[in-house]
Ligand binder design. Sequence first.
Ligand code: KG4
Ligand code: ZN
Length: 342
Amino acid sequence: MTVLGLETSCDETAAAVVSGVPGRPGTIRANLVLSQFDEHAPYGGVVPEIAARAHIDHLDSLIASALREAGLGLNDVDAIAATAGPGLVGGLMVGLVTGKALAFAAQKPFVAVNHLEAHALTARLVSGTQFPYLVLLVSGGHCQLLEARGVGDYTLLGTTLDDAVGEAFDKTAKLLGLGYPGGPHVEKWARKGDAKRFDLPRPMKGRPGADFSFAGLKTALRQTVTKLVPLTETDLADAAASFQLAVADAIEDRTRNAMRMMRERAGTGDPIPFVVAGGVAANAALRERLETLAQAEGFDLTAPPMALCTDNAAMIAWAGVERVAIGSTDTLDASPRPRWPL
Ligand code: KG4
Ligand code: ZN
């Protein structure tokens, strides 16, 4: 089965063509992503109106290029899938209307994809990961622990009560004047810093459950840093390192609880796949901690390659493959769902 996928939920305009059968790794025949980084950089964050306009400007030509790269015409694909949510409503409308129009014109099935489900299913596209498995999704917009038991069958084990973890990295970088997007800058500075210098809170650590919170950490860092102004390079590096360690401690604690919840339900000691996805998965210090944790708890960590961890349309096309295979397609009156929990 071959599916054309479209992604426009945030600041990435993307089109991809993927072929495959659920249960086995798929084949990515084209995967084009146009980041709107330059458009948003001056504002230090994504501006919804600018994002929606940029999607309109670029989506059509991106789709044409993706089909060309795959060596296919629209009539050769078996279905069309587009992100319907969650995300910024303006962008969602652009992708959804485009996808539905193509499906109508070519008389093909249409799939309105949940972006979070697509992130969660990416491991199956990449390596055919079998259900059930644990997903830690950490990006600028998401921060969740999910148990994936089947297509359309997920249990949310934990989510953030305030900021997403990538957002916390971005706000920290902004506070310290390190650049946008913040994660890679914070990580770079943290390498030179003393992570023990500032005693920052580990939000939610030690509490039952697997929910996250980062607002208190952010406030504590702001208060710490404000007392030091003007900041030296050493202060910046130490602040970045202390923040990153606090985040890693918090995520490790929350993930351990989620692993134990899942282990209890599984009722066996067999290894359970553990998939880490989202832009923050690029953080080497965090990856190392999760690797050690997974070994201790009997989980097998896999992380999709970075280009498939961050927002892309190959994951949307693959979610389409999985959904069409179980006969779960949508009608052409599907509407955008800015809030759409799994
Ligand atoms: O998945 P992604 O590209 O986009 C969405 O948010 O959906 O994730 C981007 C987020 C940003 O918040 C960015 O600061 C963070 O991932 N990030 C990192 C690193 N690289 C990217 N955070 C920590 N360490 C990194 N190395
Ligand atoms: Zn995403």
